[in-house]
Design a binder for this molecule. Structure first.
Ligand code: F6P
Length: 535
């Protein structure tokens, strides 16, 4: 593997200041550096990867044992070794019927049963058979959860807004009381269903928000509060302690990681919003991507290719961040969702076998929808001193055919940005522009310098026909598997998250001090801030 890394570094060094655009001298550059899965196209031709580098990256994937590790995941091996857990979110969207065993037990019947239970509940609420304590229909659903118990359904209900024909969905995650207060302010407890979503049912933010919401419900509907509650969790005893009836508890096993959980019970708000047919289409999209990931040759395999380009940019080119830029307003929450998916999975410094990583891991993921970002941070993408690889997402067709001009503008802008990032503008071109504006001599040079774009900034584009539930499922599963691919190459366990523990522990020790106890054993800064902030 070391030799392949070295050869990749040599490839980049040999490329020198080669321009990405020069790679299009090869007649089939686009065809050779793009791949498709069920209508979803990944174009990675606007990167500085040549055929030799791609071959080496594919060798890297093979040497890392990608095929075996992929099969181990799908088979239910306990690849999350630090927690001794299988990683089987893929089973939540699978259509196969042959047994899939974890600890000697076939998990498929339980998955099917839970999905059926979720669908019956969602249908009941959607058609008014399951009603509020006073007999009214539920008009609003409030999901209380955080991290994986919030980001997925919050992102998905927005993404699938054109299919939303169920109750309105709201999401409360932050322990900041402003979140729960502002969300409940305009809701009527008599027509509101609360879902408490927490895998562990111990997360302090969720438990605190749930108690506040329960008080609000009780004040409104009295002792029949239970009829307004449901829970999503692996911890049935704790849901019972909160008084949630077993019929309204949707359980899942520990082999579904929080950030991979929107395909199962954590997706209940999605199901309530868009109904079972659309939810199943979403699952089918994820399942189609699983099939593609398992069977497509490595050089036509979207998650593999996306992961390899990620590794190329992170490790060979040394770029620490990547920007995700959906030219799709309904994917507004995708960057936030991917921050957890990607950075909680691969933000690690030790390998699965507990050794310091040999190379950088965990790319910083950030972004905002276009075109909004163009009027904010794109200046830095084009002319800043750092190179930031970008990932564009764009649909061929929108859900607003009567507003076609909007979508035409969106597409033109998306394509213009990746083109501008690649081509840039030379000083000679800028001198001409400055000259045409009437500048001469030194002023012309200064003006031209400001109007010069270095270009040669890499991007990828994901192009899809339309943001349907199926396509949306494909996209999310693609990103999940891309994280897996990068994790395998870096030798990481992508499925634990020990890095979130220390802050939680310290906040427990700080709470009494915030509430007035004497600050002991705290550093000068923390003690000083406590004095300033204590109530
Ligand atoms: O922040 C850590 C974390 O454990 C995430 O991995 C998880 O998605 C989130 O907290 C919420 O956890 P739970 O669903 O158990 O409340």
């Amino acid at each position: 593997m070391t030799t392949v890394w070295r050869k990749l570094e040599e490839n980049l060094a040999a490329a020198g200041d080669r321009k990405i655009i020069s790679l299009f001298d090869a007649p089939d550059r686009f065809e050779d550096f793009s791949a498709e899965a069920d209508g979803l196209l990944l174009d990675y031709s606007k990167t500085n990867l040549d055929a030799a580098a791609l071959t080496l990256l594919l060798e890297l994937a093979e040497t890392a044992g990608i095929a075996e590790k992929r099969e181990a995941m799908f088979r239910g091996d306990k690849i999350n070794t630090t927690e001794d857990r299988a990683v089987l979110h893929t089973a939540l969207r699978a259509t196969e019927s042959q047994p899939l065993e974890v600890d000697g037990k076939d998990v498929r019947p339980e998955i099917a049963e839970t999905l059926g239970k979720m669908e019956r509940f969602a249908n009941g609420v959607r058609c008014g058979e399951i009603v509020a304590a006073g007999g009214a229909r539920f008009t609003d659903v409030v999901n209380i959860g955080i991290g994986g118990s919030d980001l997925g359904p919050a992102m998905a209900t927005l993404a699938l807004a054109p299919y939303h024909d169920g109750p309105r969905c709201h999401f409360v995650s932050n322990v900041d009381g402003a979140h729960v207060r502002d969300t409940l302010r305009d809701l009527d407890p008599h027509t509101t269903l609360i879902i408490v979503a927490s895998k562990t049912f111990t997360t302090i933010e969720t438990m605190t928000n749930a108690r506040t919401a329960l008080d609000w419900l009780e004040a409104g509907v009295g002792p029949k509060v239970r009829e307004h509650l449901a829970a999503v969790s692996t911890a049935r005893e704790l849901t019972a302690e909160m008084g949630i009836v077993p019929d309204r508890v949707f359980g899942f096993a520990d082999w579904v990681g929080g950030r991979y959980s929107l395909w199962g019970p954590v997706g209940l708000p999605i199901l309530l919003a868009v109904g079972p047919d659309n939810f199943r289409a979403f699952l089918a999209g994820g399942n189609a991507m699983d099939g593609h990931f398992q069977t497509a040759p490595l050089d036509r395999n979207l998650p593999i290719l996306m992961g390899l380009v990620g590794v190329w940019h992170r490790n060979i080119c040394g770029y620490p961040t990547r920007a995700v830029l959906p030219y799709d307003q309904r994917l507004l929450r995708l960057p936030a969702y991917l921050q957890q998916l990607d950075m909680e999975s691969n933000g690690k410094s030790v390998s699965a076998d507990g050794k310091p990583l040999a190379r950088k891991s965990g790319t910083v993921v950030w972004g905002e929808p276009g075109t909004n970002g163009q009027h904010a941070f794109f200046q830095l993408l084009h002319q800043g001193t750092d190179v930031i690889p970008t990932e564009f997402l764009i649909a061929g067709e929108s859900h607003e055919p009567d507003l076609k001009v909007h979508h035409d503008l969106l597409k033109a802008n998306c394509l213009a940005q990746s083109e501008a990032l690649m081509l840039g503008r030379s000083i000679e071109q800028a001198m001409e522009i400055a000259g045409n504006l009437g500048f001469e001599g030194e002023q012309q040079r200064i003006q031209a310098e400001h109007r010069t774009f270095p270009g040669n900034r890499p991007s990828m584009t994901l192009a899809y026909p339309k943001l349907t539930p199926f396509t949306f499922g494909q996209i999310i599963a693609l990103y999940e598997h891309r994280v897996f691919v990068e994790g395998v190459i870096w030798g990481i366990n992508s499925f634990d998250q020990w890095g979130v523990e220390l802050g939680k522990e310290l906040s427990n020790t700080l709470l009494p001090m915030v509430q007035g106890a004497n600050p002991t054993g705290k550093d000068g800064s923390t003690a000083g801030l406590l004095r300033k902030l204590s109530s």
